[in-house]
Design a protein around this ligand. Structure first.
Ligand SMILES: [Zn+2]
Length: 218
């Protein structure tokens, strides 16, 4: 079971990823975590990646693929794995396919979480965070008992600059523009499973399970 997840910020992707790894018994591999681990372990790919990161440069695709290759050959990936934050470009998707093919494997499915744009803006721009303890709230979905005051610690609760509606709009625009080509690549191969991410966590969880089972059977 080799999965990748796509979803804009605010789509609930992170929550669904947690359900998936628990129910399938596979690890979630995020590019950030893999890089940090490789650097910490002193592995050769980690050293090479660190050179780029220290210079403020992006880690090149071939190095990222080498890193994924190493990480996914570890024993906890025997039943599969779930990629988070990769592939981000068609070039990366093709390189990943080559890596998997060379091991006689293939991507099982790419799940794409779909949420109406206006709904996403409402979700994201309504987020509130406690400046003292970091607890998170939402204007609509999870308001504090007393406006502007944290239920847990009494600290002041407000919006992060990143969650202003205009900033949210531009983050979404960037996300959609950059992921469209990769989604098209997987759609063309019949491996893209689009999931309606509107609704409760439980509802979305059911849809994800149905999409994966349907995708496997078909
Ligand atoms: Zn607090």
């Amino acid at each position: 079971m080799i999965l990748a997840l796509f979803g804009p910020p605010g789509s609930g992707k992170g929550t669904q990823a947690k359900y998936l790894i628990r129910s399938l018994g596979i690890p979630q591999l995020s590019t950030g975590d893999m890089l940090r681990e490789a650097i910490k372990s002193g592995a050769d790919v980690g050293k090479r990646a660190k050179d780029f990161m220290d210079r403020g440069a992006l880690v090149p695709d071939d190095l990222m693929i080498a890193l994924i290759g190493e990480r996914t050959s570890q024993s906890d990936c025997q039943k599969g794995f779930l990629l988070d934050g990769f592939p981000r470009t068609v070039q990366q998707a093709e390189a990943l396919d080559r890596l998997l093919t060379s091991r006689g494997l293939a991507m099982t499915a790419v799940l794409s979480f779909k949420v109406d744009r206006a709904e996403l803006v409402a979700r994201l721009s309504g987020r509130l965070v406690c400046s003292r303890c970091g607890a998170s709230y939402h204007e609509r979905a999870k308001p504090t008992k007393v406006e502007g005051v944290c239920d847990l610690c009494g600290g002041s609760v407000g919006k992060r600059p990143d969650d202003r509606p205009e900033v949210v709009e531009s983050r979404l625009e960037t996300f959609m523009t950059s992921t469209q080509p990769v989604e098209a690549y997987f759609r063309q191969q019949g491996r893209l499973l689009e999931v309606d991410a509107l609704g409760s966590e439980e509802e979305v969880k059911q849809r994800v399970a149905a999409a994966i089972n349907g995708g496997r059977a078909g």
